[in-house]
Design a protein around this ligand. Structure first.
Ligand code: IMP
Length: 429
């Protein structure tokens, strides 16, 4: 078996896209298993930077088959825009497919995301307003529309009519918004069918077969452990499971077939949107990290909240994912800091916590317990061997390994593809 998983260990934006890009040239399949166009990663097409939200970061590796899996929620308009964008750079997209089980993000989901956030007022989640939560809510309420529904237009019509009645009722009565027109929606979706249906596949059997035949399959996570619907800081989370368990549920793969689970750790913490952030820095050090690390949201452009590395969070991610390897990114951003704090646990109401409590109210009251580590001045972007890193940088990385009890296999020391230090092979091929 050769099932590889790449997941985020913090609040997303750890640099998973870069790792997938590095590994992607060696794999036969790149598969997304959860989330939707709430994600954001930068790709360079014809020398120009573009941000993709729905297509996997591995999409530019045209030798591997790219699948948007059953657990993903798909905004078909965004899908087609991103396909057009890639093709405008002369890159073929014949290798990109969508699972027939994937749910469709409908325009009313996008509208409801905004209405619901507005109604929550200062309790808002700070979503990306892409309709992710409302789409997953319909899925679990069993009134969603799936890709496969596009095949049988009579059944699509019937399901749309039923669901739209419920959605319009909420939009008009609760939010005093404008109802969506059934005929208008239907026409738009009928127009899309010709472009979408040729890309629709039943991916379950194909991926199982690929793994059985020892093909290399990379499962690309979006978001991260702390945004997990079950194990994140609920309700300040996304509506899916961005963990290795999410791969099993979101693609239909047995956990026995996942042999390498890579957790990406940013060398400090960032968060976009609302919710508790115990190590947040609202001072010049936070500003330093934001400016030096270019910490501005790829999907919404919002400045990211920045703070010290929280090892309690990384430990939590290691546990819920069963991580086998860590990749630590953006270590270069820390160069120039005299001292670096690293959070080892929380103090809540006078009690020490070494694990993440479920109650968001408790996490809000948590005070970080820090180890203070000495920093380093050197620019490390050009370093390609672990031993050549400044001593204090090595100590910092060793501390991450020690606490998470997981080996670091790669350290990213800069934004470019080659700015990496390899310690262990993640994919041996
Ligand atoms: P949603 O996924 O749009 O519903 O947003 C829920 C929460 O997850 C918000 O705090 C978002 O900012 C956050 N979020 C969603 N996707 C990402 C991502 O790709 N990176 C970082 N944060 C994200």
């Amino acid at each position: 078996m050769a099932g590889y998983v790449v997941v985020g260990t913090q609040w997303g934006d750890e640099g998973k896209g870069k790792i997938v890009d590095v590994l992607g040239s060696k794999v036969d399949y790149v598969v997304r298993f959860q989330g939707g166009n709430n994600a954001g990663h930068t790709v360079i097409v014809e020398g120009k930077k573009h941000i993709l939200h729905l297509l996997p970061s591995g999409v530019l590796h045209t030798q591997s088959k790219c699948i948007i899996g059953p657990g993903v929620v798909v905004d078909p308009f965004v899908f087609l825009e991103e396909i057009a964008l890639i093709e405008s750079g002369g890159i073929t997209t014949d290798h990109v497919y969508i699972s027939d089980r994937a749910h469709l993000i409908m325009p009313y989901h996008v509208a409801l995301d905004a209405y619901q956030e507005e109604m929550k007022g200062d309790k808002k989640v700070g979503t990306t307003k892409r309709g992710i939560g409302p789409c997953y809510a319909d899925k679990y309420q069993r009134i969603g529309l799936r890709m496969s529904d596009l095949e049988d237009i009579d059944s699509f019509k019937e399901k749309l009519a039923f669901t739209l009645k419920i959605k319009n009722d909420e939009i008009v009565k609760l939010y005093e918004g404008e109802a969506f027109d059934y005929d208008d929606l239907l026409t738009k979706f009928i127009e899309l069918r010709d472009k979408l249906l040729p890309r629709m596949i039943d991916s379950v059997a194909e991926i199982d077969q690929a793994l059985t035949n020892n093909k290399f399959v990379l499962f690309e996570g979006a978001q991260a452990a702390m945004l997990d619907i079950n194990y994140g800081t609920y309700p300040y989370v996304t509506s899916s499971s961005p963990t290795s368990a999410g791969v099993c549920a979101g693609v239909g793969v047995s956990p026995k077939k996942l042999d390498t689970i890579v957790g990406v750790v940013k060398a400090y913490s960032t968060r976009v949107g609302e919710g508790p952030f115990v190590t947040e820095l609202n001072d010049d050090k936070g500003e330093f990290l934001r400016e030096k690390g270019f910490e501005f949201g790829a999907t919404t452009g919002r400045p990211r909240r920045c703070g010290w590395l929280d090892l309690l969070v990384v430990k939590h991610a290691t546990l819920i994912n069963g991580l086998t390897d860590l990749v630590v990114t953006k270590v270069d951003v820390l160069s120039g800091l005299k001292e670096i704090n690293i959070c080892m646990g929380y103090e809540i109401d006078g009690v020490r916590f070494d694990y993440l409590p479920a109650s968001v109210e408790k996490v809000v009251r948590a005070k970080p317990i820090y180890d203070v580590m000495e920093g380093w001045d050197e620019d490390i972007t050009g370093i390609r061997e672990f031993d050549l890193l400044p001593e204090n940088c090595k100590k910092y990385l060793r501390k991450i390994e020690e606490v998470s009890k997981t080996r670091i296999s790669m350290v990213s020391v800069g934004p470019e593809r080659e700015h990496n230090i390899y310690l262990h092979d993640i994919i041996t091929k």
